[in-house]
Design a protein around this ligand. Structure first.
Ligand code: HEC
Length: 186
């Protein structure tokens, strides 16, 4: 059985809950030292701790474990060789619409027609791409994301023997998604 939230997502929820546990525990301690009624804070801390434990147990039993693969240091700092021009963005858009929109959506919001059948769901690239170095994004597009439906677009196509998408095509897509993320409508 799989559930549509990853171990990493549940770990982040557990960390947020742990911050709450610490907060309430500190409040309870302050109350104890002042010899005040402290029980409500202690109970709140306990409830949050129990929820954090549940999140971690789900995370390490039935949630899918999909760390976006670590990116080699050299790949991370590779810069985009394509010029940031409307022509590059238009090329990226064309390649994107043919190859990526079915999963990641017409404007890369993670809502393509195939998205709803996939676990884990494709991410909203408008949100994710600006949070990463372009070299990282390029690496994931090129090498895919193991354990998910995301293909490796540098792999050769069985029929032609050439990469499914050329380096230039993959970099152009990044220019296109960056333009979308800036709020443009290319
Ligand atoms: C068959 C469906 C499918 C297709 C087609 C597809 N993707 Fe993905 N993609 C996914 C899934 C599923 C993930 C994994 C979700 C995650 O990383 O959490 C993913 C992950 C990614 C990521 C990593 C994002 C991150 O921050 O975790 C990038 C970048 C990406 N895709 C770009 C593309 C591009 C560009 C194309 C077209 C060349 C493409 N994808 C085509 C399904 C797809």
């Amino acid at each position: 059985m799989t559930i549509p939230i990853s171990r990493q997502g549940l770990e982040q929820i557990a960390i947020a809950l742990a911050v709450g546990v610490i907060l309430f525990a500190v409040l309870a301690l302050v109350r104890v030292r002042r010899k005040d009624e402290y029980r409500r804070f202690a109970v709140s801390a306990g409830i949050l701790a129990a929820l954090a434990a549940v999140a971690l147990i789900l995370g390490y039993t039935i949630a899918p474990n999909i760390p976006t693969p670590p990116v080699p240091l050299t790949a991370r700092f590779v810069s985009n060789p394509t010029p940031d021009t409307p022509a590059t963005v238009a090329r990226g858009k064309a390649v994107y619409q043919v190859n990526c929109a079915v999963c990641h959506g017409a404007v890369a919001k993670g809502d393509g027609p195939a998205a709803f059948t996939l676990v884990p769901r494709p991410v909203n690239l408008q949100l994710h791409v600006p949070q990463h170095a372009p070299g990282e994004v390029f690496y994931w597009i090129s090498s895919g994301v193991p354990g998910t439906a995301m293909p490796a677009w540098q792999d050769s196509d069985a029929s032609t023997g050439k990469p499914k998408l050329s380096d230039e095509d993959r970099w152009s897509i990044i220019r296109y998604v960056q333009a979308l993320a800036r709020g443009e409508q290319p």
